[in-house]
Design a protein around this ligand. Structure first.
Ligand code: FAD
Length: 382
């Protein structure tokens, strides 16, 4: 198992659940045991949830695994059935699960400037939380979900917050323009400035950041900057291993890769979507948790499993006290209708349809109705 986070842990659990009782080695480059990332931009950053509560393993859980933590896998030699580690060790394996997730994208030229943060790991979250505790003006670059959650948490902590987004509407990619605009209106509702449709040229400051420079010549004063411009799959270590890579590890609908005995799961895996007829890499908690079951069945059966149709992807986000939930794919929908609630109240259930069939559903503070629609989507999909 390479990657000791949600997808790696879920795959380890699946192995044991599906009857594998052999040697199991989990390799992770972070020093921490598996922990949950969603709270890092929410309750943990707000200081209402402690580190112990992030643990993904239960107290009495024993997967009888060997944990090699704080060490990076640097290569895979398929012919030799070996994994190479950064400390020179070699691990022999009959089967390999790639679960190396994704890393936050950075802003070129911002490295080393004090006050500039990305948010992907517990260590990132600790550093940002400490910085926020000292106060100051926060500029968030990127109005996607993580950027929006950081803005919302920092607002609740009493910060002066500006969000800069290069696209005309934040969240237009995952939610479509209409609903993206409704969700991102939450910023303005709370007095958080949203600057859209303009790119970031760079950051200014000698040793510490003091402003974000925009491409239109404006400069936004900043004491703290969070760069929330997406993530890239952690697959560099697989270059030259002979495995098909394309926006992550290219996988079939059951997690199999181009190499026998090797499957990939979670944020690093670009799974084939049989409904859409193309590959999609999904960076959501639920996919990283659920899909390992199918990948492990494939691994244990030597690839002889008929892949099922996966449930439509699902994610949630918490911003300014509003629970946002989304399932399915907005791209390709030809209509979006509000089925319940009202956009102005930020209390909405919206259904996306293509040729009359529901393809996605969005809820804002509509958890019960959302779950009903999510079930219906899954039934239609299968
Ligand atoms: C701040 C934040 C908030 C989020 N909020 C939500 C949310 O509200 N809703 C939602 O659906 N999703 C959310 N997500 C996404 C969700 O957390 C991810 O989809 C999930 O963590 C993916 O799990 P993973 O195991 O595939 O990857 P990761 O969690 O990225 O874990 C991969 C692990 O592999 C390690 N690794 C990488 N390369 C190597 C190597 N070569 N050798 C050894 N180890 C390696 C990494 O260091 C990491 O520990 C959020 C993510 C973040 C960062």
């Amino acid at each position: 198992m390479v990657g000791a986070s949600l997808a790696g842990l879920s795959a380890a659990r699946s192995l044991r659940k599906q009857g594998y009782d052999g040697r199991l080695v989990v390799i992770g480059d972070e020093l921490h045991r598996p922990y949950d990332r969603p709270p890092l931009s929410k309750e943990f950053l707000a200081g209402t949830l402690g580190e112990a509560e992030l643990a993904l393993e239960t107290d009495d859980e024993d997967l009888a695994a060997e944990w090699l933590l704080g060490v990076r896998a640097t290569g895979l030699d398929h012919a030799a059935r070996a994994l190479w580690l950064a400390d020179g060790r070699e691990v022999r394996a009959d089967g390999v699960v790639i679960a190396t997730g994704a890393a936050a994208r950075t802003l070129p030229g911002s490295e080393g400037l004090v006050g500039v943060h990305t948010l992907r790991t517990l260590d990132d979250a600790r550093a940002l939380r400490d910085e926020l505790a000292r106060g100051g003006r926060l500029v968030v670059i990127g109005g996607g979900f993580i950027g929006a959650e950081v803005a919302s948490t920092a607002y609740a902590l009493g910060h002066d917050v500006t969000v800069v987004e290069a696209a005309p509407t934040p969240l237009a990619g995952p939610l479509g323009e209409t609903m993206g605009a409704i969700v991102s209106a939450l910023h303005a509702d709370h007095g958080v400035r949203l600057v859209c449709g303009v790119g970031v040229k760079g950051l200014s400051g000698e040793t510490r950041v003091d402003a974000v420079l925009l491409e239109d010549g404006r400069s936004i004063p900043a004491d703290i900057v969070v760069v929330g411009v997406g993530a890239r799959p952690n697959v560099e270590w697989l270059e030259g291993a002979g495995i098909a890579l394309d926006n992550g590890v290219k996988c079939g609908a059951d997690g199999r890769t181009s190499l026998a005995g090797v499957v990939a799961v979670g944020d690093c895996a670009n799974w084939y979507d049989p409904r859409a007829g193309f590959h999609r890499r999904v960076e959501h908690w639920t996919g990283a948790r659920e899909r390992p079951d199918a990948a492990i069945a494939t691994l244990l059966a030597g690839g002889a499993v008929e892949p099922g149709v996966p449930r439509p992807p699902y994610f949630w986000s918490d911003q300014y006290g509003v629970k946002i939930q989304f399932a399915g794919h907005a791209a390709g929908a030809d209509t979006v209708t509000i089925e319940a609630g009202a956009a102005d109240d930020r209390d909405v259930l919206a259904v996306y349809r293509r040729a009359g069939d529901p393809v996605a559903v969005l809820g804002m503070n509509q958890p019960r109705l959302f779950m009903r629609w999510r079930k219906q989507l899954a039934a239609t999909a299968s």
